[in-house]
Ligand binder design. Structure first.
Ligand SMILES: *Cc1c(COP(=O)(O)O)cnc(C)c1O
Length: 383
């Protein structure tokens, strides 16, 4: 179907049930599927290998990423782990992973604490300076991994520019598109080989499901990831697939509201005396503003800021809100606030991915903008 984003979100992979006419994709709990004769089945044999609810969701999200293939996983990190398995032969066998030095703490932990001890080398790299990236490129690199915008600093990197350098040198490009979502940015159209998501965040969108997703248009990579999806078995349950499928139907309208509310919050923070610095890709002085303006259709619902009075004051702000809930995670309808240094990014302390200790991260939800602004203003007044 070559229709618009929301039409695809609501219809692709989701034809009414051919037997009952059910308009909503059924949650298929059956673990096994009857065969008409040995090896003669309707496309499903055993639910780890393939499940109808999962297939609907995989088709839906792949379409939104403009990718030919989609594979769902039990979590974002399970999806990442399956991508890293490409580092084993015969693909990028034994090769190095370059990780953008501003990334989700769990990605850093998976690469540095799980894969690296098994003998897979990795290097943290600065992706803002493409000349430096080209000059310092390690010869044994097999994969470059980046997030844009990053978690939690919201730095944006030029996907097209980085992909061109990586492809010249025979490396594959993985983009974590969790923050932007396919509504705001489609990395495969910009040259990425693989897109990965924590579906737990904006795709699910309601803080009620943990999930991961991989999209690619490369036949060879898709075959290999689909193989490990089944062989290693980190698949999501049918109910989880249903929740993500349902969440994605409203992705476009939610993202429009997230972006609009984020702008209202940024408006408060940029003029506030207690705030040292606001990190939001739309701000002209933000690192990567140019990349964001080029490759994103809007700037997203995540906002970070540094509190002038330092770490303890930043923690007090995070404690003092009432509409914003103090919690990890992001990307859902309700607004959340957190202190990355002590919460989501504690595992990156002392590493090249450490975050400033006066940083506060907001996941701006879809409540009324005025309530969010008033809540934050009141919290900032307490310090
Ligand atoms: C949350 C997150 C992940 C990990 O996903 P889980 O679903 O928690 O396993 C990966 N990348 C980013 C950017 C995230 O925010």
């Amino acid at each position: 179907m070559s229709s618009g984003f929301s039409t695809r979100a609501i219809h692709v992979g989701q034809d009414p049930d051919p037997i009952t006419g059910a308009v909503v994709t059924p949650i298929s709990l059956s673990t096994t599927f009857a065969q008409d004769g040995v090896g003669n089945h309707k496309g499903f044999e055993y639910s780890r290998s393939g499940n109808p609810t999962r297939a609907a969701m995989e088709t839906q999200i792949a379409s939104l990423e403009q990718a030919r293939y989609g594979m769902a996983f039990a979590s974002g990190l399970a999806a990442e782990d399956n991508i890293l398995r490409l580092l084993t032969p015969p693909h990028c066998g034994g090769k190095r992973v370059l990780l953008g030095n501003d990334a989700y703490g769990g990605t850093f932990r998976l690469i540095s604490k799980v894969w690296s001890p098994m003998g897979f080398p990795w290097t943290a790299v600065d992706l803002t300076d493409l000349d430096k990236l080209r000059d310092d490129w390690p010869d044994d690199t097999g994969m470059i991994w980046l997030e844009t915008p990053t978690n939690p600093l919201l730095t944006c990197f030029d996907i097209e520019g980085i992909a061109a350098i990586a492809h010249e040198r025979g490396a594959i490009v993985v983009v974590d598109n969790t923050f932007a979502t396919p509504y705001l940015q489609q990395p495969i159209t910009l040259g990425a080989d693989i897109v990965v998501h924590s579906a737990t965040k904006y795709l699910g969108g309601h803080s009620d499901v943990v999930g991961g997703f991989v999209a690619t248009s490369n036949d060879d990579l898709a075959e290999r990831i689909a193989f490990t999806q089944n062989a290693a078995g980190a698949v999501p349950a049918p109910f989880d697939c249903y929740l993500v499928l349902r969440g994605v139907k409203t992705l476009a309208v939610r993202m429009d509201r997230h972006c609009q509310n984020a702008r209202a919050v940024v408006g408060l923070l940029v003029d506030h005396g207690a705030v040292e610095r606001v990190l939001y890709p739309q701000l002209p002085d933000h690192p990567g503003h140019a990349a964001a303006a080029k490759q994103m259709s809007d700037f997203g619902g995540m906002v970070s800021f540094q509190v002038a009075a330092g770490r303890d004051a930043a923690m007090r702000v995070a404690d003092a809100t009432s509409v914003f809930t103090l919690a990890e995670s992001l990307g859902a309808v309700e607004s959340l606030i957190e202190h990355p240094g002590a919460m989501t990014h504690m595992s990156a302390a002392g590493s090249p991915l450490e975050v400033p200790d006066n940083l506060v991260r907001l996941s701006v939800g879809i409540e009324d903008a005025a309530d969010l602004v008033d809540d934050l203003a009141a919290a900032l007044d307490t310090i």
